[in-house]
Structure formats: structure tokens, C-alpha cells
Design a protein around this ligand. Structure first.
Ligand SMILES: Cc1cc2nc3c(=O)[nH]c(=O)nc-3n(C[C@H](O)[C@H](O)[C@H](O)COP(=O)(O)OP(=O)(O)OC[C@H]3O[C@@H](n4cnc5c(N)ncnc54)[C@H](O)[C@@H]3O)c2cc1C
Length: 257
């Protein structure tokens, strides 16, 4: 399969924000439509991102990348979910200043951090922390109703780590995904000792990954994807390697440029 957008847009798009959802205390989801396409959304593969350009925030134009947290099949409008980074210029500017009606200049979709039907194995295992969950929500929403069908994985497992229950980014999507047969979700909280036992407690580790995945994953038939801080991606990679998963079946995407 060639990894290209289904409908390539050339140059910069004008994307109008049509809805804003307060996802958590430090994270918002912005739904957008393409002004030139009469409200129609643009095409993309679940897991791809946009490059957004900001001309008026600083002296010089700035660009930042944001992954679609929506899936191409799920909703009419595309969405990006932005988490405030402490001291971060654009993430805070977006959360503080963007209103319904704001027009953003964006280029894309871009990226190969997607499910590739002719290369990937039947079981997609995704390991994320914090805002690194965005590509996986897109991917899981995209394939959750088609598991086992041509062009889709057979099974999907998400392991996601947050700090506490107040940091559960895209939680409504996660709860819905977890109800789908063939989709499995493990949520780990690194700093929330009073959380109910449905959550794993403590930082993700090789041991906790083993506890979650060892009995439910056939590692000879799994593709690992990981997104989040470097330490989480390194650990997911080491874990998969320890289980004999070849490097060709391990993919990572860094959000830090
Ligand atoms: C392919 C790709 C996809 C991305 N998708 C998303 C997404 O879906 N949602 C989302 O919220 N972010 C995403 N990001 C990160 C986003 O592009 C910005 O880097 C982030 O919002 C910080 O920008 P800023 O201008 O606020 O911070 P800056 O002003 O650029 O940086 C301020 C400080 O924060 C540090 N920093 C920069 N980025 C991060 C980060 N991601 N985590 C922790 N510290 C950081 C910098 O080193 C610096 O010290 C993605 C990045 C890439 C490369």
C-alpha cells in the first residue's frame, strides 16, 4: 500500500474551527472544516498529522504539527487534540485564543505512522503516554467496527499512561473503544494512588507491560506502535524486542521536534 493521502491537498488549507471540546483541564479538541471544500473534510489516513502555521503569534511565522485525533470514517469534521506544554508557546496560545470561527492555515495530511495493511501483523499493539494517545484514538476509531475484515487488523490493544484521573485525554473515546469486541485497553496512572482498581497504578514499566500483554498477545503476530515521551517509546521498543518482535514490526512517532 502506498502511504499517501487519499485526496492530496496542495499548498496551505484554510481550516475553520467549528467546535471546541474541553477535553481535560489542560487539553482541548478543535474540530475543523476546510473552507475551500464547502465544509467537506479532507482525506487522511488514521494516524497522520497536520502542520499548522501561525503567522501572528510571534515576530516570525511558526509551525507546529498536530495529529488528527478524529478518524476519517468517524466524524464529518477533522479534529486535533492539543495538550498544553508547560512554557510552550503554541499549545498554550491555541488553548487560550482559538474560538469557534478562527481560521487556521494548515498543510497535510502528512506521516506514515498508520496501520499498513500489506506490512503490519494482525494484532496492533499501541503504547502511548499523555498526548501521544492521539494517533491511536484515530486508528482505533477507524478500524474498531471492521476488525478482521480486509484492510483492517484483527485485534487492537492500547496501553496508555496518564498522570492521574484528571489527565485522561480523549477519555470518552477510550471508554467507547474498550467496549468493542477485539479492542482491549489498559490505562495506567503514574500519580493517582486512590484510583479504582480498573486502572493500573504506577509508572509504565517492562513488568507492567508484561502483566498487561503477556497472556493476550501472540508476539509472532503483532505490530507494535508507540508514541509519547522518548522514555516510553524506548521502553515499548525494548519490550517488543525482548518478546522477539522484529524491528520491522516496531514503529514509533516522537512529538518532540
Ligand atoms: C508529528 C507530530 C505530531 C504531534 N501531535 C500532537 C498532538 O496530537 N497533540 C499535541 O498536544 N501535541 C502534538 N505534537 C507536539 C506539538 O507539535 C508541539 O510540539 C507541542 O504542542 C509544543 O509546542 P509549543 O509551541 O507549545 O512548545 P514550544 O514553545 O515549542 O516548546 C516549549 C518547551 O516545551 C518542550 N516541548 C516541545 N514539545 C513538547 C512535547 N510534545 N512534550 C513535552 N515537551 C515539549 C520544548 O523542548 C521546550 O522546552 C506533535 C508533534 C509532532 C512532531
Amino acid at each position: 500500500m502506498e502511504v499517501t493521502a487519499r485526496r492530496v491537498k496542495r499548498g496551505w488549507m484554510n481550516l475553520k474551527v467549528v467546535q471546541i471540546v474541553e477535553d481535560t483541564w489542560d487539553c482541548k479538541t478543535f474540530f475543523m472544516e476546510d473552507l475551500e471544500e464547502g465544509g467537506r473534510t479532507w482525506d487522511y489516513w488514521a494516524g497522520q498529522y497536520l502542520t499548522i502555521r501561525y503567522d501572528d503569534v510571534a515576530e516570525k511565522p511558526l509551525v507546529r504539527s498536530y495529529t488528527m485525533s478524529s478518524s476519517p470514517r468517524q466524524v464529518a469534521n477533522c479534529a486535533v487534540t492539543v495538550k498544553r506544554v508547560e512554557g510552550g508557546l503554541i499549545s498554550n496560545w491555541m488553548c487560550d485564543n482559538i474560538k469557534v470561527g478562527t481560521v487556521l492555515r494548515a498543510r497535510g495530511p502528512i506521516g506514515k505512522f498508520i496501520y499498513e495493511q500489506d506490512k503490519d501483523k494482525a494484532h496492533l499493539v499501541m503504547v502511548a503516554a499523555g498526548s501521544g494517545v492521539t494517533p491511536f484514538i484515530s486508528i482505533m476509531r477507524e478500524y474498531q467496527d471492521r476488525l478482521g475484515q480486509s484492510g483492517s487488523p484483527q485485534k487492537m490493544t492500547l496501553v496508555v499512561s496518564y498522570r492521574s484521573r484528571k489527565d485522561l485525554i480523549l477519555w470518552r473515546d477510550i471508554e467507547e473503544i474498550a467496549r468493542h469486541p477485539g479492542c482491549q485497553v489498559f490505562v495506567s496512572l503514574s500519580r493517582d494512588n486512590d484510583a479504582p482498581s480498573t486502572f493500573y497504578q504506577g509508572r509504565l514499566s517492562m513488568d507492567s507491560l508484561n502483566g498487561m500483554l503477556n497472556s493476550s498477545v501472540d508476539f509472532t503476530n503483532a505490530t507494535f506502535m508507540s508514541c509519547g515521551p522518548q522514555a516510553i517509546m524506548d521502553m515499548a521498543k525494548s519490550f517488543a524486542q525482548m518478546k522477539g518482535v522484529p524491528d520491522s514490526q516496531i514503529k514509533t512517532e516522537s512529538f518532540e521536534s
